[in-house]
Design a protein around this ligand. Structure first.
Ligand code: PXP
Length: 250
């Protein structure tokens, strides 16, 4: 019997835009992907508007926010430019992530402890707009406690390290990291936070992360878009959903 409600699946569509931008064309259009996902077993759309606009661009965000029937989770860095954009488009949720120009993808979580004062100020106008705030953090109790203090209602636990260790088959290390994620999920939930997970998730790693009872949402991008090249997006979502449901009901 399920102890908690079904884990929501958020699909990160950044890499549809990566493919489009590789040729500087108009296709594949991330909005077309949103329209397809609306008819599949998906609960939300995540997109990351990066400072360098390497995948999602401003017009993607404005077109998608206008027409999407699925809730939009905007990933962004805590900069003034992004704050203005979030206020203008008022997505359902904002997930703050650290951003470095030279990185290939988000590396590590936000240092909420170091940035506590700035984050509190940064989040104020977003909270006034009733945007749900999520902070992408490492599975670290101090970071989670501070996230709750600055006004976030969600922490998205970085599953990237765990997923990398699992891929490399480093059993002792991935088991240790999984323990960190479990403890963090339990601690965050005890503070009244909603617990999300994301980064690097695949059919295999989701079997571990989806089994954590406090998880209420998983945001998955690169693997889903990659796998859909071979199997199509419909089959990929179907299989990912099956893996999450199986993990949750174990
Ligand atoms: N969650 C956050 C906060 C992220 O930064 C990313 C990557 O943009 C994802 C989830 C999705 O990660 P992946 O593309 O590896 O599934």
């Amino acid at each position: 019997m399920k102890k908690f409600s079904r884990i929501r699946l958020g699909v990160n569509i950044d890499h549809v835009a990566t493919l489009r931008n590789a040729r500087g064309t108009f296709y594949p259009d991330p909005l077309q992907m949103v329209k397809i996902l609306e008819n599949l077993d998906v609960d939300g759309i995540t997109l990351h508007l990066r400072e360098d606009r390497r995948h999602i661009i401003d017009s993607d965000l404005s077109r998608i926010v206008k027409v999407s029937r699925l809730p939009i989770n905007l990933e962004m860095a805590a900069t003034k430019e992004m704050q203005d954009i979030a206020i203008k488009f008022a997505p359902n949720a904002v997930c703050l992530v650290p951003e470095k120009r030279e990185e290939r993808t988000t590396e590590g979580g936000l240092d909420v402890v170091k940035e506590e004062k700035n984050l509190k100020l940064f989040l104020k106008p977003l909270l006034e707009k009733k945007i749900k705030i999520s902070l992408f953090v490492s599975p670290d109790l101090e970071q989670i406690k501070t996230a709750s203090r600055v006004g976030a209602s969600v922490v998205e636990l970085n599953t990237g390290t765990f997923c990398d260790l699992l891929l490399e088959n480093k059993k002792d290390e991935y088991e240790k990291e999984l323990e960190n994620i479990k403890k963090s999920a339990d601690f965050g939930k005890s503070l009244g936070l909603e617990i999300h997970g994301g980064h690097g998730l695949t059919y295999e790693s989701v079997r571990f992360i989806g089994a954590i009872p406090q998880m209420s949402e998983l945001n998955i991008g690169h693997f889903i878009i990659s796998q859909s090249i071979f199997d199509g997006i419909k089959n990929t979502i179907y299989k990912m959903r099956q893996e999450i449901d199986k993990a949750q009901n174990k």
